[in-house]
Unconditional design. Structure first.
Length: 358
């Protein structure tokens, strides 16, 4: 009864409640909403070409903002005032970035990359004025001035499907995961040039850098492995077998945990960020969308997955992770230390990339 009354109250207030847990997920959750969180969760809905701004605890959608077709990834500026969204596009490929004013909760402008297509991975450089953006179609890593919208540099990766990007803790290098050849491109950011190409594993896609050691974690989706790259030797130091189709990897701010979304196993694996030990696996139990809707979604045809976890975001304290379930139109919220499923947040269609506004 309390759940029903809460849902009715939120509905009357024009809010979307977080989805109640059921079945296995309910049995794993305990009372309470989990750790208190301060900030706004940004969710990119690929099929809706919009961005939802959500209260991370109640699940309330605070705003919906239109962006370009197929938004995949986003980055928040160091001062928390701006969010940049990469509009990857659909069959013919996108070529724009949407710049969002995080304070006013409105779209500020659109940057047209003109000659560069399928922007995907994105992160802010330390100064907060420029971003790194992958341009898959041209095999480039772009340096873009957010204020002017100018492409300052276009650095060759030399590899097909340059997808995600991460940076060394000191900002001296960028690492780009290349799905096509199963490699990473190591970029010298001072020289703005390709330093080395390193094979990691088939379908290299997810990539993250440990904030202390600088070791690079690469999830190879077609090989079902994770490669650990030593930042000193720039060689693969270790390979870890993981679940089916590891598509993203994210490391907590303190480096104590690494989370990997195994999309076709419907689970997120949580590893010790320093010893590489598998600590626990968290099952995603959200029901899939209807068959007619599911049929047109990426990877759905060749997978039995119901929720299909892809995007991962760890909030700044490192206690809670948000997992975008792209076949269920929800974000599953988990407590990292215990693996508890706290709640699900209803989103738009095909949630994927996320960002955090402090």
């Amino acid at each position: 009864m309390k759940t029903l009354l809460c849902a009715l109250t939120l509905a009357l207030a024009g809010q979307e409640p977080a989805t109640p847990l059921d079945g296995e997920a309910a049995s794993r959750a305990t009372s309470g909403a989990g750790p208190a969180l301060e900030g706004i969760l940004v969710v990119l809905n690929k099929s809706d070409a919009d961005v939802g701004l959500h209260d991370p605890v109640s699940g309330e959608r605070l705003a919906s903002l239109p962006v370009g077709r197929g938004p995949h990834e986003a980055a928040t500026s160091p001062d928390g005032k701006t969010v940049v969204v990469c509009n990857y596009g659909d069959r013919d490929g996108g070529h724009t970035l949407t710049v969002i004013d995080a304070v006013k909760r409105e779209v500020r402008k659109t940057i047209d990359l003109v000659d560069f297509h399928r922007p995907h991975g994105v992160l802010y450089l330390a100064g907060g004025e420029e971003i790194l953006v992958t341009a898959e179609s041209e095999q480039k890593l772009l340096v873009v001035d957010v204020e002017s919208g100018e492409v300052m540099d276009a650095i060759d990766t030399g590899q097909a499907a340059s997808h995600m990007v991460a940076a060394a803790p000191d900002g001296s290098r960028a690492y780009v995961a290349n799905i096509g050849p199963g490699s990473i491109s190591i970029i010298d950011l001072d020289e703005r040039a390709l330093l080395k190409t390193l094979p990691t594993g088939a379908g290299a896609e997810g990539i993250a850098v440990h904030p202390e050691s600088g070791h690079v974690w690469v999830s190879n989706r077609a090989a079902d492995t994770i490669s650990i790259v030593d930042p000193e030797t720039l060689e693969v130091a270790r390979t870890i077998a993981t679940g089916a189709f590891p598509i993203r990897v994210t490391i907590s701010p303190k480096g104590d945990h690494a989370l990997v979304s195994c999309a076709k196993d419907d689970e997120v694996r949580i590893y010790d960020g320093e010893t590489y030990e598998l600590l626990r696996s968290v099952s995603m139990t959200a029901p899939s969308v209807e068959d007619a809707e599911r049929a047109g979604r990426l990877f759905a045809a060749d997978s039995k997955a119901q929720a299909m976890p892809i995007g991962i975001l760890i909030e700044p304290s490192g206690r809670v992770a948000f997992i975008a379930n792209t076949l269920a139109d929800v974000v599953t919220v988990i407590e990292i230390e215990s693996g508890r499923v706290l709640r699900r947040i209803s989103t738009g269609r095909q949630p994927d990339g996320m960002a955090w506004i402090p």
